[in-house]
Design a protein around this ligand. Sequence first.
Ligand code: ZN
Length: 471
Amino acid sequence: MAKILIKNAKAVITCDDGDRILRSTDILIDGKQIAEIGKDLRADGARVIDACRMYVYPGLVNTHHHFLQAFTRNIPELQQAALFDWLIFMYELWTLVDPEHVYYSTLIGMSELLKSGCTTAFDHHFCFPRGVDKVLIDRQMEAASVTGIRYHAGRSCFTLTRKDGGLPPDVLGETVDEFIGDCERLIEKYHEYDPFGMRRVVVAPCSPFSVTDDTITEAIRLARAKKVMMHSHLAEAPDETVYMREKHNKTSFDWAEELGFLGEDIWYAHAICFSDEEIRKLGAAKTGAAHCPVSNMRTCAGFMKYPLMKETGMRIGLAVDGYGAQDGSNMLGEIRMMYLLHRVNANNQGPAPGAYECLKTATRGSAAVLGRDDIGSLEAGKAADLFMIDVDHLEFSGALLDPGAFPAVVGYNRPVDITIVNGEVVWEKGKLKGLDEEAVKARADEIAARIYSSDIYNREAARMRAKRGKR
Ligand SMILES: [Zn+2]
């Protein structure tokens, strides 16, 4: 397989156990993995990349997203909405989702992730409208092959809809059997158990207000039999806390614990509304969390209790969250937001994570959340997933004392220069290798225009304006 020799990097930020930052160092990539890191490396026939102006970082790992929301974001009527108002509007738009919508929105999300240094993506896809072909995750797998990203597909569902007291409309509902059957099909077809696996499947019921209890117990049974990971939203925002109290007279944590939905093969998105005692139990069970700082600020959800969660041994990774609540998909931006968000709240909850710790949350932390030890750091024997940025620019003069802190503190917010996934250069010189961006954009614009000109969009927008007018 092809070799790449990254020569004389200005700094290699390894994120390894020793937190080493290596200067004037080479990285030899042989096929899918890093073969060697050191000085004066040689390799006959290798492509040589001069990195004397470059910082080299491990590829970032995104632990929660909803690609389908690319065509339902920056909606004026939702800019002031809290979670449930936002969701009820969104659900109506998602009744319009079809395989083409999923394919193009996934291409958009994966492209933005690769451009911002993310090499492994997880997506939580819950929308399977009645009557629409269930090839939606298959279309996402296709998009992953086109873009070259390492992809974990979360097969989610709504099994508790309005007719039974849930939040989503009935047309988006599935039966537990439909959900479990499709998870099983996807695991058989796509899940690569081997190290460096490029495709994995996650059994991922959506949330306590949109799935039935037996969905969770069946998900646990299937995932543990197949040895795959599980995921859900949990303790996402105060709206959920109120719902759980009114409908079940319990907390989100109690609901999960009673169903046995904790453990080292599970991670929750957001994980905000937990008591200290609940967090200690989650830590003891080594449960994971996808931290989504921008989304949490955007939906007025509150602060994840990061210092306590870290102290208890919970696995914590970083995530951009779906386009609908984030309105973008930039992992480097998320690192900076994590750093700043906890500094704002440091007087209330104790020491904020340092700048380098925020980078490590997006690399090693996220890898552990996804159940992987073959990505997240730059070391011989690990997957060749990395990104490189040219820092030899006027605007960074005087800002280069600490390469590990650089993304969080300086706030690098432009596309990275090179992204490599599984030993393949997938983004370089402003071009994605796998796709024609102009052609994708043209079709994606048409799909978005179809959504925003639909009767459903106009009806929901009018409803929200009327609701806001009454306040
Ligand atoms: Zn989400």
